[in-house]
Design a protein around this ligand. Structure first.
Ligand code: PEP
Length: 251
């Protein structure tokens, strides 16, 4: 995947089917910059309808918010990679901090999910990011580095090149507190440097690294203006068409 500007929404467990349909419709039909890829991370029950709504518009793609690490089997309530692919889904958010916290998803489990997604042709949007305690201790770069090492750095350069990374400091998710543009740039540059050390400049320069954590219309332009920030993974502000469109137009 070449380095793209990406505005990705993560609806989490919000909206009814009708509300979701209206939101996808509003985003798909609106004027958006042609060089920005818009990705909507919708709840599993809405994936099929969302893929159909977005199919007429090349600039909008649909992501799942999770997938199971097994190909198929006795896993009640879970969703498999083949199910997602059979609906036309092309991206999957993996390693969101809420899943790491509430479902206890480990770096090792995420490695398995990343491998399966790539093997089958689904593009992972891989989330990483530190807690407030780690930020305060000054260990944030080391911590995020260990997440990348454990879940991604076993990949070949070719496979790594397909991944989108989302840096999401946990202390900024859903809290209204945003990393400053300087804090975001510092971490994004550090991530790109780690990729460069492991895979070389071409891979590092072509990797899209998104920032997530209370992105809203009022701060998107400044954050997206940082040289190593290629867009955002947006929770709360992706639930209102007007706000998310404003973010999409902030590059
Ligand atoms: C997220 O869910 O990934 C996120 C960044 O949420 P919010 O934008 O609401 O902080």
């Amino acid at each position: 995947m070449t380095r793209k500007k990406i505005a990705a929404g993560n609806w989490k467990m919000n909206l009814t089917a009708d509300q979701g349909q209206s939101l996808v419709g509003a985003i798909v039909q609106a004027d958006r910059p042609s060089d920005v890829l818009t990705i909507l991370g919708v709840p599993h029950p809405y994936l099929q309808a969302a893929v159909q709504q977005a199919s007429a518009n090349r600039g909008v793609q649909i992501a799942a918010q999770n997938m199971h690490e097994a190909i198929s089997g006795a896993y009640t309530g879970e969703v498999s990679v083949d199910m997602l692919l059979s609906l036309g889904v092309r991206h999957v958010i993996l390693g969101h901090s809420e899943r790491r916290e509430y479902q206890k998803e480990s770096n090792e489990l995420l490695k398995t999910k990343v491998d399966l997604a790539l093997e089958k042709g689904l593009i992972p949007i891989f989330c990483c990011g530190e807690s407030l305690d780690i930020r305060k201790s000054g260990e944030h770069v080391t911590y995020v580095s260990s997440q990348l090492q454990a879940s991604l750095f076993h990949l070949s350069a070719e496979d790594f090149g397909k991944i989108v990374i989302a840096y999401e400091p946990i202390w900024a998710i859903g809290t209204g507190e945003t990393a400053s543009p300087e804090q975001a740039q510092e971490m994004h540059a550090a991530i790109r440097n780690l990729i460069k050390e492991k895979y070389g400049s071409d891979t590092a320069e072509s990797c899209s690294i998104l920032y997530g954590g209370s992105v809203k219309p009022a701060n998107a332009k400044e954050i997206f203006g940082q040289s190593d920030v290629d867009g955002g993974l947006v929770g709360g502000a992706s639930l209102k068409a007007e706000d998310f469109l404003s973010i999409i137009r902030s590059f």
